[in-house]
Design a protein around this ligand. Structure first.
Ligand SMILES: Cc1cc2nc3c(=O)[nH]c(=O)nc-3n(C[C@H](O)[C@H](O)[C@H](O)COP(=O)(O)OP(=O)(O)OC[C@H]3O[C@@H](n4cnc5c(N)ncnc54)[C@H](O)[C@@H]3O)c2cc1C
Length: 459
């Protein structure tokens, strides 16, 4: 594929403020959910867009492909909370837990880990993080419903609510801080016990006695296909999509002139880095040292799970998303702190499958045929019948900053390049609001969301 050779950047010679408010040629680097949303929103602001991606948009290489598919306004609780440090030795030794750290990766990860622990050292700090996450998440389902409809894939996003499952009230109360943070940020829920819970989840193991339903939550039925559709929509609205890997930047004086790729240079006046876990290396070329680690996660899909499930569920004792998707029951979770390049440890995927079997006994055998016999085919999520062994498994990289917040805003040394990465556990949900913030910043408008918490210079 031939790319444009270098041409003068659109903003050359312009007054900077004026340039910021007029249309630009903007290179968006990476076509995961964040890059796809950024491209779409910038197009609608009148910019000319080149979206560069070395893989298939929404393909398996992207975290956006295999995530838990939750679009949750309730995902405001950061991973690092007070007291977490006490649990770290356990995480290092319990190979079957939801969080593991590979010993070999520990020395390299230590600076990130220390910042991670510090980010959760006080309740006040965690409250601030929750507020900043909420600003990106609170309208996530509505925003996605709208984007999906415009892209012609309205059937891929639904708002059936989300359910957190607890064995009992004591287990729920043990997470009082999390629920207080959610309540403080406007999340509402209803409690379901006894017959009401059984009616909603007829196949769940009886050890779960309490469900907390967040009705405002939504989910995506096929995140990979959704990203692909958004990229097709961007193309239909005028974006140029090129199969290329960004490798660097070309400046003329202080101004960006082009993005260098493995296929040639793309002339542009602005660029947005939205390359997921690969973003930090690109940012570093600009002189920005952003601590970004991969919280590696896994999924398994049980294509014909004999389980009636009309909404996504998260068990408190498993900390994984069980989501009814177009491909079947997707079980996504695990945090494995290890090098990006380290080989997958598929035992982690098997842990997810094993937990799912414990949670839904029908997955373990005979009960399945009976439960599955009743299962309809609601695209919102009743998975069908038959076998319950994983039909696919996947490893992906959550692009995570130690403070649990994404990096959104201009590069410190080269403000023609904006960062839009580091969304960790919430990138699918937070992508539309991120894109709007990027658009506001590029247009020089007063942003609807306060950009301060996400500024690249905070590290
Ligand atoms: C197991 C798991 C469960 C999750 N569950 C949820 C959930 O339920 N809800 C939620 O909101 N989030 C969830 N997440 C997090 C979410 O998936 C990520 O935060 C989000 O997908 C990040 O999107 P992204 O576009 O920044 O990165 P990615 O999706 O990784 O996309 C980056 C793209 O950039 C491309 N790229 C890389 N290098 C270059 C380069 N040099 N030039 C050009 N392109 C490049 C890549 O090929 C890739 O396609 C989960 C993640 C995991 C792993």
């Amino acid at each position: 594929m031939t790319l444009d050779t270098l041409a003068p950047a659109a903003s050359d010679g312009c007054d900077r403020e004026l340039a910021m408010s007029s249309g630009h040629h903007i290179a968006v680097i990476g076509a995961g959910i964040v890059g796809a949303m950024v491209a779409l929103v910038l197009l609608r602001d009148g910019h000319q867009i080149t979206l560069m991606e070395p893989g298939e948009p929404g393909g398996e290489q992207a975290a956006s492909f295999g995530n838990g598919a939750w679009l949750s306004p309730a995902s405001v609780v950061p991973m690092s909370t007070p007291g977490l440090w006490k649990k770290l030795p356990g995480y290092l030794s319990d190979a079957d837990g939801p969080l593991v750290i590979r010993w070999s990766a520990l020395p390299g990860l230590l600076p990130w880990l220390l910042r991670f622990l510090w980010a959760g050292h006080s309740v006040a700090r965690v409250e601030a993080t929750a507020r900043a996450l909420s600003a990106l998440l609170k309208d996530a389902p509505q925003r996605h419903l709208q984007h999906a409809a415009t892209a012609g894939v309205a059937d891929l996003v639904v708002q059936h609510g989300l359910l957190y499952l607890y064995p009992d009230r004591a287990a729920f109360q043990a997470e009082a801080l999390s629920w207080r943070l959610r309540r403080d940020n406007g999340v509402q829920w209803t409690e379901l016990e006894g017959p009401a819970l059984r009616e909603l989840l007829p196949d769940v193991d009886p050890r779960y006695g309490l469900g907390i339903r967040v009705a405002a939550g939504g989910h995506c039925l096929d995140p990979g296909a959704y990203v692909a559709a958004l990229v097709r929509q961007a193309e239909a609205e005028g974006a140029r999509v090129v199969r290329a890997r960004a490798t660097g930047f070309v400046f003329e004086g202080a101004r960006l002139a082009a993005v260098r790729t493995d296929q040639g240079e793309v002339a542009c006046g602005r660029a947005v880095i939205a390359a997921g876990i690969a973003s930090a290396a690109l940012a570093r070329q600009l002189g920005d040292r952003i601590p970004l680690a991969s919280e590696r996660g896994y999924h398994v899909v049980l294509a014909k799970a004999p389980v009636r499930l009309s909404l996504p569920v998260m068990p408190s004792d498993g900390k994984m998303a069980m989501t009814p998707t177009r491909g079947g029951l997707r079980v996504a979770g695990q945090v494995e702190l290890a090098a990006v390049s380290a080989a997958p440890d598929w035992r982690r995927a098997e842990l997810l499958a094993r937990f799912a079997r414990r949670m839904f006994p029908a997955l373990s055998g005979d009960a399945g045929a009976e439960a599955g016999a009743d299962a309809g085919a609601d695209a919102g999520g009743i998975a069908g019948v038959e076998a319950a062994s994983p039909t696919s498994r996947w490893l992906g990289h959550r692009p995570s900053t130690p403070d649990g917040l994404p990096v959104i805003g201009p590069s410190l040394a080269h403000p023609d390049v904006l960062h839009a990465f580091g969304h960790g556990h919430v990138g699918l949900a937070a992508a539309p609001a991120t894109a709007e913030l990027v658009a506001d910043l590029l247009a020089g408008r007063s942003p609807a969301i306060d950009p301060q918490p996400y500024r690249p210079g905070r590290f």
